[in-house]
Every structure is written in C-alpha cells, then in structure tokens.
Design a protein around this ligand. Structure first.
Ligand code: CMP
Length: 159
C-alpha cells in the first residue's frame, strides 16, 4: 500500500469522441485526486521517450503518427496504489476484449484507438510524468473529501 501518482493520456481518438469529461469524471468519482492537467500536442521526441519500450515493434511509427496528429489531454492522478487502480479502471489494451465497466470496455473497439493511456508501473509513471510536466505544474493540496475516501490508518500506512 503506497501513495502513488500515475500518468494518464486521453489520446486523439478520446478527444475526437468527446470523452474527456467522462474520463475525468470516472477518476474523480473513484476518489482519485487530480494533481496535474494539460492539453498538449506531443512531439516526435516526447513520443519516442514515452513509448521507448515499443521502439522495435512494427506499430511504433504508426503509433507515434497517430499520437502526433492531434493534441492529447495529459493528467496526473494521485491516490493509494493509484497506478494499478487506474489501470483497472482503464481496462485491457484491446477495446473489443476489455471488461465491461472499464473505460476501454465501455467505449472502445480497437487496439490502436484505445482512447487512453495509463502508466503500467510506478517507475513508468515517474518517467512519463517527467516527459510532460514540470514540477511546478504538479500540485500538492488537501482535498476536503480525503477523510471520507480513506480511513486514517490507510493514509498513515501509505506514507
Ligand atoms: P498503450 O496502452 O498506450 O500502449 C502502447 C500503445 O500501442 C497501445 O496503448 C495501443 O494504442 C498501441 N498498440 C498496442 N499494440 C498495438 C498493435 N499491435 N498495433 C497497433 N497499435 C498497438
């Protein structure tokens, strides 16, 4: 149990589909805290860093071109075990097979056009957050609902 930050990108297809509000709303209702948010057009260089683990895959160039064609909405969400929690809400990569109730399961049919990216591990989250956000664009604040989202002992144990 660990207090974590995780990176989310709403991809160009999510922007075109008008799903920004729906996606933010799902994370808010879950009890995650929004600590960073921006709309940007990612450069080729940023995407090469972001998708470094896929650099030898056949779809790497297609993936970068798709991600470059329009702006994306990048967010950082915070919470206890936020990395696996957000991955679960997002669902598995292929929209056609993603579980109902997850974002990809409810809104997507595709593998490439899968609406959203979420960090796979805490180490990936750190690396990805640093690609898009400066430290002064990330916020630490007390949320008034924290005390009904977590029991005190959970917060203490997570620090
Ligand atoms: P994401 O979770 O952001 O991580 C890598 C992305 O590559 C993935 O979502 C998909 O958008 C895309 N992707 C994964 N596998 C394939 C594939 N076989 N063909 C095309 N795109 C893919």
């Amino acid at each position: 149990m660990e207090m974590q930050r995780t990176a989310v990108l709403v991809k160009p297809d999510g922007l075109q589909r008008g799903l920004i509000g729906e996606i933010i709303s799902r994370f808010e209702r879950k009890g995650l805290k929004l600590v960073g948010l921006k709309m940007i057009r990612m450069s080729d260089e940023m995407l090469s860093d972001w998708y470094v683990e896929h650099k030898d895959k056949s779809f790497f160039q297609d993936l970068k071109e798709f991600m470059e064609q329009l702006p994306i909405v990048a967010m950082v969400w915070e919470g206890i075990d936020a990395v696996p929690v957000v991955r679960k809400l997002v669902g598995t990569t292929l929209g056609r097979e993603a579980e109902g109730g997850s974002i990809r399961g409810d809104y997507g049919m595709s593998q490439q056009y899968n609406l959203i990216h979420a960090s796979a591990t805490a180490a990936d989250a750190k690396r990805e957050i640093a690609i898009v956000f400066h430290s002064n664009e990330l916020f630490k604040y007390h949320s008034v609902i924290d005390s009904v989202i977590y029991a005190d002992y959970e917060v203490k144990n997570a620090d």
